[in-house]
Design a protein around this ligand. Structure first.
Ligand SMILES: Nc1ncnc2c1ncn2[C@@H]1O[C@H](COP(=O)(O)OP(=O)(O)O)[C@@H](O)[C@H]1O
Ligand code: SF4
Ligand SMILES: [Mg+2]
Length: 316
């Protein structure tokens, strides 16, 4: 049984150069994920979620700040033993499943690379892994093109699990799937986490899926964490105005949920202008902006995983 990993980001920033311009993908992001827990990272497209995922995996180096796995600082490029412990499942399973290899070959590769099963045992281990993710044994001799979207994502998951990871970054793992398939894959992920004591970072743009999968949530807006805390608390009493806007838009299934759902009787409008770099990035869209909002980014301090918000004029 692997040791579930504790993961933290401490004041992490990342810029990219695009031609002559710089894009600030992340600014001073701090968060923690407890062992065998799921942290959901939510935000709209371009908010920096995948960048954060790459930093947490040790695939890219932050410009400032650091990532820690347990108490250890993650170095980049990370040593092979650490790469084994930190795995990823992406939106597109073909990013890890080679279309020219059978599923069995792709799932078996980590076994070979990390010396996790002797050659004679490899096929059996691949079969066990396919069974674990709910794929039939004959999937091992098929090519990814012969599988459905949901089956491909299961195969990508089997490949990640082959490495016997302690932590998996799930970057929009169900976003490309039909709703019914999505629910089954989510269910599988939750079940595997409990059985294998995995730590998850669940990245999604869809706040509606978060509630069932994650104990904690961090909301990203334009590269900053604007609110974080226990999922229940954030859903029932969202404080940041952006979180409120997001929650007001998600469908609910019961009257009880409808009763606590925040309302947003404002134009949810897309961007009006580039945000004033000095202040809160949400200010150009925020009907609640007050004078300090345009001067400096609201401070954010999340302690002990408690509900925290970066807003000068939060919802009560
Ligand atoms: N390799 C890269 N080179 C240049 N810009 C990038 C790169 N990766 C991400 N970005 C930029 O950083 C921002 C955040 O991107 P990303 O992390 O992919 O967001 P998300 O996953 O939330 O959609 C975007 O403005 C994106 O264009
Ligand atoms: S800091 Fe100001 S602009 Fe930003 S969300 Fe809060 S009230 Fe709105
Ligand atoms: Mg992304």
């Amino acid at each position: 049984m692997p040791e579930a990993a504790r993961l933290s980001a401490i004041g992490v920033s990342k810029r990219y150069r695009v031609g002559a311009r710089h894009v600030q993908a992340l600014s001073a992001v701090s968060l923690q994920v407890a062992p065998a827990e799921t942290l959901a990272v939510v935000g709209e497209s371009g908010s920096g979620k995948s960048t954060l995922g790459r930093l947490l995996l040790g695939v890219e180096r932050p410009d400032e700040g650091e990532i820690r796995v347990d108490a250890e600082r993650l170095v980049v490029p990370s040593p092979k033993a650490m790469r084994r412990r930190l795995q990823v499942v992406q939106q597109n399973p073909l990013s890890t499943l080679n279309p020219r290899r059978t599923v069995g070959q792709s799932v078996g590769l980590p076994l070979q690379v990390h010396g996790l099963a002797p050659a004679a045992r490899r096929r059996d281990r691949v079969r066990e892994l396919l069974d674990l993710v709910g794929l039939p044994v004959d999937a091992q001799d098929r090519y990814p093109s012969a599988l459905s979207g949901g089956q491909r994502q299961r195969a990508a998951l089997a490949r990640a699990l082959a490495a016997e990871p302690d932590l998996i970054v799930l970057d929009e793992p169900t976003s490309a799937l039909d709703v019914s398939v999505q629910a089954r894959v989510l269910h599988l992920l939750i079940d595997l986490q409990a059985r294998l004591r995995l730590t998850y970072v669940f990245i999604t743009h869809d706040l509606a899926v978060v509630r069932n999968v994650a104990a904690r949530v961090a909301v990203l807006y334009r590269g900053r964490v604007v609110e974080s805390g226990p999922t229940e608390a954030v859903f029932l009493r969202p404080r940041h105005r952006y979180t409120t806007m997001l929650l007001s838009a998600i469908p609910v299934v019961s009257d009880a949920e409808e009763a606590v759902k925040p309302t947003w009787p404002h134009d949810a409008g897309a961007f009006v202008a580039e945000p004033d770099a000095a202040g809160c990035a949400f200010a150009p869209r925020c009907p609640f902006a007050v004078e300090p909002c345009r001067r400096a980014p609201p401070p954010f301090e999340a302690r002990d995983g408690r509900h925290a918000v970066a807003c000068y004029n939060p919802r009560d």
